[in-house]
Design a protein around this ligand. Structure first.
Ligand code: GDP
Length: 264
């Protein structure tokens, strides 16, 4: 895969705003900057603490075909153009998350969201709960955007890739367990949020309160458990794919690029 990454052609800024954009979101330490750095410098360098969004222009690596170019040949200018996209790294630190959420409220050109998860840290409570709370808020923002849209057609769908990173660590959960853990933890977030609203009196009184409550409820109604499949209703497909940006016996992020390729 390294030779593939060598072909990635990346440079900072000066990128036309019309390019398809992918947001990198996730808690601190998940590996967002490492992924961006890997792509940008073609080698893993020391990461910095990101305090502001950073946009880079990326080229889909060789070996992946943009879905819009399946009938074109490599070398064709239209093919080459279709491989270009923007990656926006958003700060994962709690106090800086408004960058990510404000971008979600007005997501021009956003084709998809890559939510990076540390697959080892979600094996235990603190990491799992922090990740689930953040993911819950991101999904709720997408749901509100979708259901609040004025047009009858609804806004364009924005799918989410949960990039289960650090698969090289033996403490990392496999992708199917990352999915189950997150669904379970998001069910809890959803429940405690609903209870919080009720207790604070937000949902008592005026007539449209039932509606408000509904808007704050992620996924389908009902008190049961949350599953990512419920997000389909809100135009948001969610998939979980494993990978590792550094370490182990080589870098493995091919599944993530394949997901991006399908949206280009
Ligand atoms: P960010 O806060 O999401 O931007 O996370 P960083 O990119 O700064 O990564 C946090 C730490 O995790 C760094 O020390 C990275 O080297 C490390 N890291 C990132 N990806 C992987 C991976 O796939 N495997 C392992 N073992 N460590 C990783």
């Amino acid at each position: 895969l390294l030779p593939i990454l060598l072909h990635q052609f990346l440079y900072r800024k000066a990128a036309p705003t019309t390019l398809p954009t992918f947001l990198l979101i996730g808690p601190s330490g998940a590996g967002k900057t490492a992924f961006l750095t890997l792509a940008e410098r073609k080698a893993v360098a020391q990461t910095h603490t990101s305090t502001a969004p950073l946009t880079i222009q990326a080229l889909l690596p060789d070996g992946h075909t943009p879905s819009s170019s399946h009938y074109r040949s490599p070398g064709d200018p239209a093919y080459e153009r279709s491989r270009r996209f923007l990656l926006v790294d958003t700060p994962g630190h709690g106090k800086l998350r408004h960058f990510a959420t404000s971008r979600l409220a007005n997501p021009s050109n956003v084709r998809g969201i890559v939510f990076v998860v540390d697959a080892a840290s979600v094996a235990e409570e603190p990491g799992l709960n922090e990740t689930a709370a953040y993911l819950h808020d991101v999904l709720l923002a997408l749901q509100k955007r979708y259901t609040g849209a004025k047009t009858s057609k609804g806004p364009k769908e924005i799918p989410v890739l949960i990039a289960a990173n650090k698969m090289d660590l033996f403490t990392a959960l496999p992708p199917n367990l990352v999915k189950l853990q997150l669904e379970k933890a998001i069910s809890e977030v959803r429940k405690s949020k609903a209870k919080g609203l009720k207790d604070s009196g937000v949902a008592i009184g005026a007539e449209d309160d039932g509606l408000d409550e509904e808007r704050e409820w992620l996924g389908e109604g009902g008190e049961g458990s949350f599953e990512f499949g419920q997000m389909e209703e809100a135009g948001t497909g969610v998939v979980v794919k494993g990978g590792n940006v550094v370490g182990g016996n080589g870098v493995h992020v091919g599944d993530w690029f394949e997901w991006i390729a399908d949206l280009l």
